[in-house]
Write a protein that binds this ligand. Structure first.
Ligand code: PLP
Length: 413
């Protein structure tokens, strides 16, 4: 690799880019610069090959057949569960396969929280949550007469920990917070917050959708109760995600959805449920997706999350300096601890116009409210431009971004 392509963690980024076929294309005659990784990441060959191998060779349903293909499918599916448990530092039977972070949170809201909520109880979230970590709790509160409370943040986009702690009372039945904010990039001190919440007897759900791809995460070390993630943001397929939960919680939870595979025995009078995690995986699961996600975490572990974190932090610092130096740019989210997200607005130019000019230059960014409308309201903006970085981005992509931002200003400001 050239020095330009060497990452801050000493990663051979040029070499790694070769693993991602979708990166090597032109958009409107320009090389693709993909900076929409917080929305979804591209997939390495290891994942594409695992999906292809499953469909071409092993395709079968899991947990049902005694025939060879079904056993292969079951072994691969359950093997992926082990890989993910290892990746997250949990036990294999604490890994529930779901559709994504959204479904993981809805599962906890419905199967864990809702039966425990009484009128007057409270659920605490933070001011920087994605809608996926607000609406399921709101629905549970509305159905039970409980109340949603919101822990505030500073203008920099950092949680105000004293105020958060003051909101933890004996009425609080759960604290749900994001590990990394998708709109601001803030990395929250989750271990410290979990300790604080537990001191008040409050269980903690962490939305890890924007964290696991950027830094080593060990759910046991974090000391949380629930951890949700989406496969497609972690270099894996869409339609697959994970809920990790402490086994004592899973054991105590009744099913949310009923159907095949989640039972021990069924009569018309009574059904006995399977133990976790299968109790929460009704119906044919996304077998290929789980296998693809297993391949993704193996790929990432091969590179090393520490190296990825160092590389992305180097890139974020360089991009922040370059973009902040442009006249009229206002950064949204300036926390001391940030991961891979650069959100900003440009005076006099609507974010969507910026997005269009960038796209004409082959640059993919996200413009909009990022499913975090309360965050936009807090900063008094309708939308931001968000450039978000992955392991395969490199410094040479920052200059075209800045050039295209100047072009948007020339056209619209
Ligand atoms: N939580 C955060 C912080 C996110 O960024 C996202 C997706 O953007 C989600 C949850 C929801 O993820 P999914 O749509 O994959 O379920």
């Amino acid at each position: 690799a050239t020095a330009r392509n060497a990452g801050g963690g000493g990663m051979n980024v040029a070499g790694l880019r070769a693993d991602f076929p979708a990166l090597h294309q032109e958009i409107h005659g320009k090389p693709l610069v993909y900076l929409d990784n917080a929305a979804t990441t591209h997939k390495p060959r290891a994942v594409l090959d695992a999906l292809d191998r499953f469909h071409r060779r092993d395709n079968s349903n899991v947990h049902r057949g005694v025939h060879t293909l079904s056993q292969r499918a079951t072994d691969s599916y359950e093997g992926a569960r082990q890989q993910i448990a290892q990746f997250l530092g949990g036990q294999t039977d604490e890994i529930v396969f779901v559709r994504g972070a959204t479904e993981a949170i809805n599962l906890v809201a419905n199967a864990f929280l809702r039966p425990r909520l009484q009128p007057g109880d409270e659920v605490l979230v933070t001011a920087m949550e994605h809608h996926a970590n607000i609406v399921p709790w709101q629905l549970a509160c509305d159905a039970t007469g409980a109340q949603l409370r919101v822990a505030p943040m500073s203008q920099a986009g950092e949680l105000l920990l004293d105020e958060l702690e003051a909101l933890l009372t004996d009425r609080t039945k759960l604290l749900a917070l994001t590990h990394v904010s998708n709109a601001l990039g803030t990395v929250n001190p989750v271990a410290q917050i979990a300790e604080m919440a537990h001191a008040h007897g409050v269980p903690v759900l962490v939305d890890g959708a924007q964290a696991v791809q950027h830094m080593p995460v060990d759910v046991t070390q974090l000391g949380v109760d629930f951890y949700a993630l989406s496969g497609h943001k972690l270099y894996g397929p869409t339609g697959i995600g994970v809920l990790w939960a402490r086994s004592e919680h899973l054991e105590a939870m009744a099913p949310w959805q009923g159907g095949g595979d989640m039972i021990r025995s069924v009569t018309f009078e009574k059904t006995e449920f399977a133990p976790p995690p299968l109790r929460f995986e009704a119906g044919t699961p996304h077998i290929a997706g789980a296998i693809g996600l297993g391949a993704a975490v193996e790929y990432l572990s091969g590179i090393g999350l520490e190296a990825i974190a160092a590389h992305e932090s180097d890139l974020l610092a360089a991009a922040t300096d370059a973009v902040a130096a442009i006249d009229g740019v206002r950064l949204i989210g300036t926390a001391a601890q940030k991961a891979s997200v650069l959100s900003f607005v440009v005076e006099g130019v609507h974010p969507h116009d910026i997005g269009t000019v960038l796209d004409r230059n082959g640059i993919a960014v996200r413009t909009g409210h990022h499913c975090a409308q309360p965050v936009m309201a807090f900063y008094g903006v309708p939308a931001t431009v968000r450039a978000s970085f992955a392991l395969y981005n490199y410094r040479a992509e920052i200059e075209p971004l800045c050039t295209a931002l100047h072009e948007a200003q020339d056209l619209f400001a």
